[in-house]
Write a protein that binds this ligand. Structure first.
Ligand SMILES: Cc1cc2nc3c(=O)[nH]c(=O)nc-3n(C[C@H](O)[C@H](O)[C@H](O)COP(=O)(O)O)c2cc1C
Length: 191
């Protein structure tokens, strides 16, 4: 992989049980291997980030009751406020040159498949003029100590994606690597 243009990449994510973290770390590894600047940030309530510092933002979360995690959502809502205050959220949301986002996530999808994962954080990035070039949603084994073991098992074995125990697995992560290289090529960050 040869770089053609130095871009700054942010891999921002949340993860409760580690599935989404594996995907985030895989994306980060590919970007670093491509000799590009990449910041890997697991969201916290006190995270300090300026999205304007990044040209390509991967933003990921597990799906928790149809949405990104509460911490990620409140961070994104605070960012929306901040961008509004500096008149960066404009009618018709004009796209900015060279600013891209990819939303990713893991989810069990047992009941309604990919529809479970679609809202995520895409709208926010469009609002601040980032072109959301893709969304990547992978099945991830559900771990829910708060529900009946049998129901957890049913969701992990009999859902729309079949048996998702152990996912994301090595094949999934290999696919994430190939996918990320494609994203970097697509925006001209590597040749
Ligand atoms: C409290 C909780 C709620 C969840 N809600 C959903 C849901 O609404 N839809 C879905 O498809 N998966 C749901 N899941 C499954 C997770 O999205 C999935 O297992 C994901 O891969 C977990 O990622 P993580 O290990 O990064 O936290 C839920 C999991 C937990 C723990």
């Amino acid at each position: 992989m040869e770089k053609t243009k130095k871009i700054r990449v942010l891999v921002l994510y949340d993860s409760i049980h580690g599935n989404t973290e594996q995907v985030a770390k895989t994306i980060h590894k590919v970007v670093v291997t491509a000799n590009l600047d990449s910041a890997l940030v697991k969201i916290t309530e006190s995270a300090k980030l300026n999205f304007d510092d990044y040209d390509l933002i991967f933003c990921g979360s597990p799906v928790i009751e149809w949405l990104p995690t509460a911490i990620l959502m409140s961070f994104i809502k605070a960012k929306l406020k901040e961008h509004r205050a500096k008149r960066d959220v404009l009618p018709c949301a004009p796209l900015k040159t060279g600013k891209f986002a990819v939303c990713f996530g893991t989810y069990c999808g047992a009941h309604i498949g990919v529809k479970e994962a679609t809202p995520m954080t895409e709208s926010f990035f469009w609002h601040i003029g980032y072109s959301v070039i893709d969304k990547l949603h992978l099945p991830g084994q559900m771990r829910r100590p708060d529900i009946d073991k049998a129901i957890e098992q049913e969701n992990n074995i009999e859902g729309i994606f079949g048996n998702i125990i152990g996912r994301p697995n090595q094949n999934d992560l290999q696919a994430v690597e190939t996918y990320t290289v494609g994203i970097l090529r697509h925006i001209g960050a590597i040749s």
